[in-house]
Design a protein around this ligand. Structure first.
Ligand SMILES: C[S@@+](CC[C@H](N)C(=O)[O-])C[C@H]1O[C@@H](n2cnc3c(N)ncnc32)[C@H](O)[C@@H]1O
Length: 316
């Protein structure tokens, strides 16, 4: 399963909560569906196999390597399909360019594909040596190396605290700044060696995972992207259309949960105000009161699905 060379033929990713996501998403077999994080096309293929030939599918991913794999994986399907390399924060524009006004279903499967994590040259893994890169789209300019070598101690502290929920953020940021005065930090394992002495030995892997996650979120502006896409996504759905989002950490899931809860309510006035003055009307119905999690059966074959949380809504 692991791949370190970055070749398309080695693209591997097992779609997470796939049946659950597709069952929730699919309302019309001849509808218009958008997968905003199509990766190598895992979910998209399962969805497309259940659609009529007259259905339309739009797949988006910011990683050009993922799209090459998706093209290969989906080429035998005979429906109208367009795959586009872009960030999902530009959804309004992408739909306008494709001439689509309303859609029946939108899927967002956040985070990284196994291919991205396992390809050492992408720099996402703290287990493999590679350049400190972490860009989902390697044509963008900000790399993890730039963040680590050029950001101030205060800014690094904030990133580790907010995006990595790391208690020792200040100490870790100081250690990085000190190390940089001796030598630039250019590789993943160089960074790991600097971080390790400041982390509790029993929790080393989960701490490294959170710190790498923090850098990745900063490099790819992941939370800004998520905040930007949520209102665009609901605007794009037809009445009765559905949105499904799979998150992999609490920073994402919290935002999705709050946004969906807010959009499912008729009034957003604080409880101390006796009569509604905000005039907010619910725009969606919650399809998942609590987040769905992978079954034990799924976790047996895919440990990486462990942190997945799925939430879905239907547009009123
Ligand atoms: C978990 S993978 C998706 C896997 C896919 N659902 C499948 O089953 O094959 C997440 C994908 O989202 C892409 N991605 C993350 N943030 C994105 C964004 N803001 N815009 C577009 N693509 C994004 C990543 O490049 C990655 O390929």
């Amino acid at each position: 399963m692991t791949s370190t060379t970055g070749s398309r033929s080695e693209f591997f990713h097992r779609p997470v909560l796939a049946d659950e996501a597709v069952n929730l998403l699919l309302t019309r077999p001849d509808g218009i569906y958008v997968d905003l994080t199509c990766g190598g096309g895992g979910h998209l293929r399962i969805l497309a196999e259940r659609l009529d030939p007259s259905a339309v599918v739009l797949g988006i991913d910011r990683d050009p390597e993922a799209l090459l794999a998706a093209r290969e994986n989906l080429k035998s399907l005979s429906l109208k399909m367009e795959l586009k390399n872009s960030t999902f924060g530009r959804l309004d524009e992408l739909l306008a360019m494709a001439g689509i006004k309303e859609v029946d279903g939108i899927l967002i499967d956040l985070g990284l594909s196994s291919y991205q994590i396992d390809t050492a040259s992408r720099g996402f893994s703290f287990m493999k040596d590679g350049p400190l890169d972490m860009r989902m789209d390697t044509r963008t300019s900000l790399t993890a190396a730039a963040v680590v070598n050029e950001y101030s101690e205060e800014r690094l502290t904030a990133i580790f605290r907010e995006y990595g929920e790391e208690k020792r953020a200040a100490r870790i940021a100081r250690a990085i700044r000190e190390a940089c005065t001796r030598q630039k930090i250019m590789t993943t394992l160089q960074l790991v060696a600097i971080l390790k002495p400041h982390l509790p030995p029993r929790d080393i892997n989960s701490s490294l995972a959170r710190l790498f996650q923090a850098l990745r979120i900063e490099v790819n502006r992941e939370l800004e992207e998520l905040e930007a896409v949520l209102p665009q996504m609901l605007r794009a759905l037809r009445s009765g259309g559905r949105a499904v989002i799979i998150s992999y950490h609490s920073l994402e899931d919290r935002r999705v949960k709050r946004y969906f809860a807010q959009e499912a309510r008729d009034c957003l006035c604080p409880p101390r105000i006796p009569v509604c003055v905000c005039g907010h009307k619910a725009t969606v119905r919650l399809l998942t009161k609590k987040a769905m999690k992978p079954s034990t059966e799924e976790l047996r074959v895919n440990r990486r699905a462990k942190s997945a949380r799925l939430r879905a809504v239907e547009k009123l």
